[in-house]
Design a protein around this ligand. Structure first.
Ligand code: PLP
Length: 458
């Protein structure tokens, strides 16, 4: 039964026209008072079959799982809650610097004016932003604005790229790798089930990345092929960077084997060593075989703002000759309504001289943290990878130590959160990832605590 109060409110809705928000208020009001809706747990199930691919996924996504274990530790040890330091999830911590922030503010302010207001924009993003990305980030005349798709971030683009490729492709990943490449392949139905023995999904090609190959797989030497190859440099989690010769060999192998390379350059500006490519499009032949995903998340502290982009060259084609770019455009125009106009104004600010200077300062700060962590762990006698051209340190654990055990041990003894290498694939077992995206004082405190409690040198 609708109450008299609800009838009066519905009349107001008609008079005011603001139907949606008022309707919500009515519903909220009823939920709060408990007068009509009940939140009790029901045994009802629908007749909708669960997507079988989701049942193949192992456990939860890695980072929520880390949070769950941290929370379990805290509820068992509430008195040391304030001692927790996170060197875990790769989330930025420094505030957005003033000039870039002024771009975001400008974007928001424009929306409050009659002249500046904009609604839906182009699904691919503003033309002027795409032109700046094409001209300022890539080698001269290499990328055209119509080959750039501005988005709400690299992770979302990886899923959309997978949706475009569909279930009938075989993907290859670096092992260990950023978990999104594997999990999205599973969700799309490209894989079989997880082999609990190997920790690998059937029908994914796992390309081992070890210190012996500088954490970069030799796809050319593998006698198997995959349709789609996911490569990330600077790498999450190993912190390794691919050299010019690694990438040239990869592009050549992709061409020979007819594969498409999805190159994740989300950490490109951390590269400071001369001669290391920051984009796959610095490599000859890449336009015929590669897509690049990228993001302002780690460049400019936009993890919460959400702005990224993907480049798909017009020369990249499927086996029937159709353009990959056209299908991606179809995905974007169907399933995405354009990045936020506020974020895009922030992106414009990132690409100015002042914005670039601020980005460089942010990255200096995190690289300094990475250097502190790297040297501390080396002093303690660990073998450490990464941390030079990347915000991640990949720590080799003493032989026979499981990475989840090391994670728990460090949490319990010094209250520092790390990420177990095994969370990035079976090849990550025996390693821990430390993230440099923490405030300096936290990094220093973590280093001091580690020095007090840990040492493999004896
Ligand atoms: N790619 C890699 C390799 C990452 O490590 C991350 C985030 O940690 C992303 C992409 C996600 O980027 P975005 O915030 O743009 O979705």
């Amino acid at each position: 039964m609708i109450s008299l109060e609800s009838i009066i409110l519905l009349l107001v809705i008609f008079l005011c026209g603001d139907s949606f928000s008022l309707y919500n208020r009515i519903i909220t009001c009823h939920i709060k008072s408990g007068s009509h809706l009940s939140m009790s747990v029901s045994s009802h199930t629908t007749r909708v079959k669960r997507n079988f691919n989701f049942s193949k996924l192992s456990g939860g996504y890695l980072f929520p799982e880390i949070g769950r274990r941290r929370d379990a530790f805290l509820s068992a040890n509430p008195s040391i809650k304030d001692r927790i330091i996170s060197l875990g999830i790769g989330d930025t911590t420094l505030p957005i610097p003033p000039y870039i922030l002024s771009g975001l503010i400008k974007g928001a302010t424009k929306l409050g004016t009659k002249e500046g207001y904009t609604g839906y924009g182009a699904e691919k993003g503003r033309y002027d932003l795409r032109a700046l990305i094409a001209n300022n980030i890539y080698p001269k005349d290499m990328i055209r604005p119509d080959e750039v798709f501005v988005s709400d971030g690299a992770k979302c683009d990886i899923m959309r790229i997978q949706q475009m490729f569909g279930p009938d492709v075989r993907s290859a990943v670096q092992d260990p790798s950023y978990p999104v490449y594997v999990d999205t392949s599973v969700m799309m139905g490209q894989t079989g089930t997880l082999n609990n023995h190997t920790g690998q999904y059937e029908n994914i090609l796992y390309m081992p990345c070890t210190p012996e190959n500088n954490f970069f797989p030799d796809y050319a030497a593998m006698n198997q092929r995959a349709d789609i190859i996911y490569i990330c440099s600077p790498n999450n989690p190993t912190g390794a960077v691919a050299t010019h010769s690694h990438l040239s060999s990869l592009i050549k192998a992709c061409k020979e084997k007819g594969s498409i390379l999805v190159y994740d350059a989300a950490y490109a500006p951390f590269i400071r060593s001369p001669g290391i490519p920051k984009s796959i499009f610095e490599i000859d032949g890449a336009r015929d075989v590669a897509v690049e995903v990228n993001s302002w998340s780690k460049y400019a502290g936009f993890t919460g703002v959400r702005l990224g982009w993907t480049v798909i060259p017009s020369s990249l084609k499927f086996s029937d000759g159709s353009l990959v770019k056209d299908d991606f455009n179809r995905v974007m125009t169907t399933a995405f309504n354009g990045a936020s106009n506020i974020s895009q104004e922030g992106g414009m600010a990132c690409l100015t001289k002042e914005g670039q200077k601020e980005i460089s300062q942010l990255i200096d700060y995190y690289l300094y943290n990475a250097n502190l962590l790297k040297h501390t762990m080396e002093e303690l006698g660990y073998i450490v990878y990464g941390g030079t051209d990347a915000p991640y340190i990949f720590l080799k654990l003493p032989p026979g130590t499981s990475s989840w055990d090391a994670f728990t041990d460090i949490l319990e003894r010094v209250q520092v959160i790390t990420i177990p290498g095994a969370g990035f694939g079976p090849g990550g077992e025996g390693y821990l990832r430390l993230s440099a995206f923490a405030p300096r004082c936290d990094v220093e405190m973590a280093c001091n605590r580690m020095k007090e409690k840990f040492s493999v040198k004896k």
